[in-house]
Design a protein. Sequence first.
Length: 507
Amino acid sequence: MAKHIKIFDTTLRDGEQSPGCSMNLQEKLELAKQLERLKVDVIEAGFAIASPGDFAAVKAVAQAIKDCKVASLARALPADIEKAYEAVKYAEAPRIHTFIATSPIHMKYKLKASEEEVLERSRAMVKYAKTLCSDVEFSAEDASRTEITFLYKVLEAVIEAGATVVNIPDTVGYTTPDEYYTLIQNIRNNVKNIDKAEISVHCHNDLGLAVANTLAAARAGATQLECTINGIGERAGNAALEEIAMALNTRKDLYDLTTNIETTEIYPTSRLVSKLTGMKIQHNKAIVGDNAFAHESGIHQHGMLAHKNTYEIMTPESIGLTNNKLVLGKHSGRHAFEERLNVLGYHLAKDQVNKLFQEFKVLADKKKMIYDKDLEALVEEKSVRIKEFCRLGQFVINSGNTITPTATVRLIRNDEEIEEVATGHGPVDAAFKAIDKIVGNGFSLEDYALNSVTEGEDAQGEASVKIKMHEEIYHGRGISTDVVEASIKAYINAINKMLSELECQEE
Ligand SMILES: CC(=O)SCCNC(=O)CCNC(=O)[C@H](O)C(C)(C)COP(=O)(O)OP(=O)(O)OC[C@H]1O[C@@H](n2cnc3c(N)ncnc32)[C@H](O)[C@@H]1OP(=O)(O)O
Ligand SMILES: CC(C)C(=O)C(=O)O
Ligand SMILES: [Mg+2]
């Protein structure tokens, strides 16, 4: 009988620590609901004390999620632990996740604390967390570089203090599969009362070994695996949930382990994370990359035609990927349209689907073929998860290599038309400056990129922008066959997101 192993998703906490990957409250809620559909066991929703925005997001996730445990990270400090509990206490199954570094280098230079002090603080803070919450996870940060007998001592102390889960992080992605296997096995064999707690592992990808290390730990008897969607996370990222889940699923013969993961929700979740964070998925990424199920060469195609198992060790359908190329056209109906949106990770209210369906028909009249990426761009641009504070009326650009680029932009705000003119370094810069004049500034442009969304002469250009206000980043996307129009729409989209978030915070 296969053993069950738990999946702890930290996309909303460690994943969000990826540079440029921050999400706002609505986005975090949307992702948490998708993680619930994916059936992860634990959602680490954030680090409650890090900022008021983080606190609000952890609390909102705790209130919304019914079927997963919800955790908040906390340093081994009373104020952190209190804040974490204040946010997660609304969950059906709340967890406080407290941590402290145990390696010599972290204790000496970062914490400036002796082994005795760290041991005592670990014990005391788990004990304190237990007075608030019955489920307490303790992480020995940088465990893989910790002196082993000290690690045993700390783990014994926190288990005695009531920790329900002990996590053994490879914080800096330093270990290797053989070494990590032995570490987990040694912990199982040498730590007193280890069977009273779950053994969790948390791997980073600095050497590209995060998933391999996680799987080695699973074989050695770890009972909880920490990971993120698309492997996003601090530096080179965390172990990728989709790779772990599909490795365990595909190699049941080897691991004999089962998870609760609903694998057909993997692809939608991956797309959603990419959209929300603005972090593109490399084409050759395992499981969820564009090429993961593409067969280019003749011998492979011949093999596939003869029998799919010649070159496919899992089916695209098993991760929720169905017919990912040409999808819809102008004769498609609402049901097929909504079904495709679900596959792409968008679960929208009926009125939102109806609104988008009208837009889709307009696009389908212009474009012969509608691809997934056209649909994603449409949803993002039409901003179904945010309020439309302002929208583009019209714009005129005067540009060339011998004149100063000038833009006239007219926006519609509360049915009022407002027009401004500005010059810039190029047509896009001029248009953004004209928009700044209308909406006022106080935010800055952090990033701007332009890509072709699909192939062919009617391919659409997709602009993506990131703007920053009060340390929060807002992503905007815009799509058009005209790249200046795409850029303007992306900028307005980001501004609308920012204004929606500010309105939410005021409520
Ligand atoms: C491995 C990981 O992923 S750890 C999680 C990383 N995530 C984050 O850091 C989230 C974002 N962080 C933040 O917003 C801020 O760093 C905060 C709010 C948490 C803390 O901010 P500040 O109080 O300004 O402290 P700052 O970040 O500069 O320094 C960290 C302090 O916490 C201490 N500290 C670090 N880890 C721990 C711990 N686990 N337990 C107790 N104290 C700790 C450090 O020694 C330092 O203390 P000092 O101020 O007495 O020197
Ligand atoms: C806080 C801990 C679990 C962490 O993220 C790490 O050590 O990488
Ligand atoms: Mg980490």
